[in-house]
Design a protein around this ligand. Structure first.
Ligand code: ATP
Ligand code: MG
Ligand code: MG
Ligand code: MG
Length: 467
């Protein structure tokens, strides 16, 4: 009776196709733009068109885009709605339709095509965007109690200090309408979930900061497939949708667990396994190889976290390909190329898993000694100790933290960072830096998608900035 993730995806793409949008494939997780580490949104493949650097082939397009966001890694399994890898459905207008149509389409799609109860949908607009406010209220007919004005941080997109920019408008689903309108906070994730973001690219910011109207106004949108599935399938988080649950359930079986009977800690672990294995599968499929720099390092750390997490919940022996098999089985609707590369993907994941398992085995003894000493002396694990585990045995800080927290032991993170800094200085000459700031791309994407908060992934130890 319940709508599948595949059906949601198809309804979205078909809806926009029927309204003159060219259905285009997802671009690779490795962006063409050399200044960006990984594809984090559907707009990336169209960025040259939005910036006026390339001419458009179609006036309108629609895609389902594979995305990886390292800034959401610490949210994985913790919030109900964040993944490292997810699918972003999008509709785009290149100097064609604008605000009124974008709002009307988003509403019709959400309520009529996908069937959300209209009274459950709230919208946010940029605080100074009266036009959007009036469109929602007077043209679409959303009661003004369910339209909130948000500030620049939330609802204004800019492609850097100068250049194309404009206000956003987001759609939210209300899980608890009985709580009423008074004091409702769209950022309260016990009540609301953001599912669709519309960017109205209408201005060009000048050197002096003033906004000039853009000749060709653009629309850039993103709807999270897993989030829509969560809402429509009536499950409490993205992980219990048909898009992810089979991977999670496989992990639970390997750990001889029942997800629904597991405690919160175990549930989080199973979610991490499902999320990260899926991300690793797609990264490997797109040609990323585990390494110590850039996107290879993102993949390496994801695989390591899978291996560690599996051990923590008692999975014995090599297992990553068993989970990857399920991710591959689920892949065709998102990316038809994954199945064809199944053997190569699994070979790579397995090789890294086995390398890391060997490291772990040799480091485990040392780690236990460090933890025992800290416990005996009722102190935190020192910076140099944590760094030694990282540097000599390849234990990423968050893994040491995870293991230490099982024994209620703290880590001196500042001390660890200091050691890291010393090491960074030492290896500066040999370091290869991938600077995403060049070309202002970091500025833009951070402005659109929220600044990166997870510093553990923004710097590659001794290698410089990656995100
Ligand atoms: P949030 O505020 O919940 O972190 P966001 O504002 O960062 O989301 P956008 O950058 O607006 O998200 O991306 C467009 C859409 O993509 C979101 O409305 C959401 O549906 C989806 N999305 C964003 N980040 C994630 C993620 N980490 N996992 C799953 N879906 C996501
Ligand atoms: Mg948001
Ligand atoms: Mg948003
Ligand atoms: Mg976000």
């Amino acid at each position: 009776a319940c709508i599948s993730g595949a059906e949601i995806r198809e309804r979205f793409l078909k809806f926009f196709e029927e309204r003159g949008h060219k259905r285009l494939p997802s671009s690779s997780l490795i962006p063409e733009d050399p200044t960006v580490l990984l594809t984090i949104a559907g707009m990336l493949q169209f960025k040259p068109i939005f910036l006026g650097q390339a001419s458009r082939q179609h006036a309108r397009a629609t895609t389902t885009q594979k995305c990886v966001r390292t800034n959401d890694l610490t949210n994985v399994g913790v919030t109900a709605r964040h993944h490292s890898f997810f699918e972003m459905l999008g509709n785009f207008s290149f100097g064609d339709y604008f605000k009124a149509e974008a709002c009307a389409y988003a509403w019709e799609l959400s309520t009529r095509v996908l069937g959300l109860a209209p009274e459950r949908v709230w919208v946010s607009v940029y605080e100074h965007d009266d036009e959007a406010f009036h469109l929602w209220r007077d043209k679409v007919g959303v009661p003004q109690e369910r339209i909130q004005r948000l500030g620049e941080d939330d609802n204004f997109w800019a492609s850097g200090p100068t250049g194309p920019c404009g206000p956003c408008s987001e759609l939210y689903y209300d899980f608890h309408p009985e709580r009423g309108h008074q004091g409702a906070d769209l950022n309260d994730d016990t009540r609301f979930i953001e599912f669709y973001n519309l960017v109205f690219m209408e201005s060009n910011r000048q050197q002096d900061g003033t906004l000039q109207p853009l000749a060709a106004k653009n629309i850039d949108t993103g709807l999270g497939l897993e989030r829509m599935a969560q809402i429509l399938q009536g499950v409490p988080n993205n992980y219990e949708t048909d898009l992810l649950f089979p991977i999670l359930n496989k992990a639970a079986k390997l750990a001889h667990m029942d997800y629904h009977k597991a405690d919160e800690r175990q549930k989080t672990a199973l979610k991490v396994l499902a999320d990260h294995t899926r991300a690793c599968t797609y990264l490997a499929s797109d040609g990323v190889l585990p390494s110590n720099v850039g996107r290879g390092y993102v993949l390496r750390r994801l695989i390591r976290r899978v291996v560690m997490t599996g051990r923590l919940i008692g999975i014995k022996g090599a297992f990553i390909t068993k989970l990857a098999d399920v991710a591959i089985e689920l892949s065709p609707g998102c990316d038809p190329n994954v199945q064809a590369s199944a053997r190569r993907i699994k070979k790579e994941l397995e090789a890294e898993e086995s390398r890391f398992s060997a490291t772990l085995e040799s480091g485990e003894k040392r780690l236990n000694e460090v933890l025992a000493a800290a416990k005996n002396e009722s102190r935190a694990v020192s910076g140099p100790e944590a760094f030694m585990l990282y540097d000599t045995f390849g234990f990423p800080l968050e893994i040491t933290q995870e293991l230490a927290s099982l024994h209620d032991i703290q880590i001196d993170v500042e001390g660890f960072e200091e050691e890291m800094e010393v090491q960074r200085k030492r290896s500066k000459d040999s370091a290869r830096t991938i600077d995403l700031n060049s070309g202002n791309l970091l500025g833009d994407l951070a402005a659109q998608f929220g600044a990166t908060e997870f510093t553990g992934y923004t710097h590659i130890q001794g290698q410089g900035k990656i995100v």
